[in-house]
Design a protein around this ligand. Structure first.
Ligand code: FCB
Length: 432
């Protein structure tokens, strides 16, 4: 990891940082934020970090950290009109950012879908509607043509698990639909969208490395009892393997057969072939693990997190990171891997213009070592992105949880590099 070829970067997502709502169509997160009791601090993305206006300074900030790459996402409702054409104003905004990154010698890792579905598509059923996958392909086609060769890497989707499960089954993310019968249907259309877009991206951007970003929360059994091990295995298939197995094996995990008929996705004959279109890289996001036990009334039961927790309540368990990577490497024939997100929410305090987030430095230190261990054990990892460049709108948690290595004062929009940001910079600049 300390060679110059290994890519170190920072990551953000459009809805979480941009603001600039007046210049784009509404998305499902605007609507979700406008509903009562969905966002902890009743906030929204109207201004966020005002990156829409501050992007030039923010690129300088990124550059000042010495990183090789910046992972950003494109707001679909900013670049495509309701009738499906390019919105040139929105396109120009991203072209300017991409050109500025190039000037600073920073590789652009572009994610096409980081959860901000145009609301007019949700009105037609969103990801429960198969047609949305084809709309995504059109968007991917138009935007990759418009961006030309400015993009080093495209990811089709960020964390389809979150879009499908949190958005359409658990209802804690936009669009806030609930019901077990929804999740796997939405997931199938998301994965189909990914496969359809891969064909287009490889045609339009053959020199870019194109793939997808998945999140994994490794599932552990609470103890060695057979039934608890089985429960954890089921949860792993339901939450994790469900999204990766179709990409590499062209099929869903066998638990598909155990799901009630009305909870299974509608799979057309060519779908699995489209979904398993080869990818140039796999993006992996890792934060924490979950612990499960058997529950006679359900497939599994998740237990509350214990041990050392971050400010968002997620257990700090870096050994799961190593094990995740080595086990995926054993299960699948993987392309090069990029860790596209890893990081921690901490209860930061800014004192005299300094944030001494030693707890976050510890988190990064432990996880970089865990990653290094996986690489030593033979996993082919090409890069690592810290989540996040700066504090931002943390979805259902609003602005209450801070994940940045740069602090944002939401009243003044002043950015202050935290101790973790300086530590990251130090690590990167001390490479051979
Ligand atoms: C991931 C999301 C990202 C951010 C982090 C904390 O699930 O991709 O946008 O919210 O969690």
């Amino acid at each position: 990891m300390l060679s110059k070829e290994f890519v170190f970067g920072v990551a953000t997502a459009a809805f979480q940082i941009e603001g600039g709502v007046a210049d784009r169509l509404p998305c499902i997160w605007d609507t979700f934020c406008s509903e009562p009791n969905k966002i902890k601090d009743a906030s929204n993305g109207d201004v966020a970090c005002d990156h829409y206006n501050k992007w030039q300074d923010d690129v300088k900030l990124i550059s000042s950290l010495g990183v090789d790459a910046y992972r950003l996402s494109i707001s679909w409702p900013r670049v495509i009109t309701e009738s499906g054409e390019l919105n040139q104003k929105g396109v120009n905004y991203y072209l300017a950012i991409l050109d500025e990154l190039a000037k600073h010698n920073i590789k652009a890792f572009v994610t096409l879908y980081h959860w901000d579905l145009p609301q007019h598509l949700e009105n037609l059923g969103g990801w429960l509607n198969r047609e949305t996958a084809y709309k995504f392909r059109e968007y991917a086609d138009l935007i990759s043509k418009a961006f030309g060769d400015r993009v080093h890497s495209y990811a089709t989707l960020n964390e389809p698990f979150c879009s499908a499960y949190l958005g359409y089954e658990a209802g804690i993310h936009a669009p806030g639909k609930t019901g077990r019968e929804n999740g796997k249907k939405a997931a199938h259309h998301l994965l189909l969208a990914h496969g359809l877009a891969m064909e287009v991206l490889n045609r339009n951007s053959p020199n870019a490395i194109n793939g997808i970003v998945l999140n994994f929360t490794p599932a552990y059994a609470v103890d060695d009892m057979e039934e608890n091990i089985e429960a954890a295995k089921f949860a792993d298939d339901y939450f994790n393997q469900w999204y990766i197995k179709p990409l590499f094996d062209g099929k869903y995990p066998e638990i598909l057969q155990q799901l009630p008929e009305n909870c299974r996705p509608d799979i057309s004959p060519e779908d699995m072939k489209i979904i398993s279109h080869p990818i140039d890289f796999l993006g992996i996001n890792f934060y924490t693990r979950s612990v499960y036990r058997a529950n006679p009334d359900d497939f599994f039961e998740e237990l509350p997190a214990t041990g050392q927790l971050t400010d968002i309540g997620w257990e700090i368990y870096p050994q799961a990171f190593t094990h995740l990577l080595t086990s995926l490497n054993n299960l699948y024939k993987l392309p090069p891997i990029y860790i596209t997100e890893n990081g921690a929410a901490m209860a930061d305090e800014i004192v005299d213009n300094e944030v001494k987030d030693l707890d976050r430095i510890d988190y990064y230190q432990l996880h970089l070592l865990a990653l290094n261990e996986a690489i030593t054990q033979g996993v082919n990892v090409h890069g690592y992105f810290a989540w996040s460049l700066m504090d931002n709108f943390e979805w259902a948690e609003g602005y209450l949880k801070r994940f940045g290595i740069v602090h944002v004062d939401y009243h003044t929009q002043v950015r202050t590099i935290k101790s973790s940001g300086f530590a990251y910079k130090n690590l990167i600049s001390n490479r051979r």
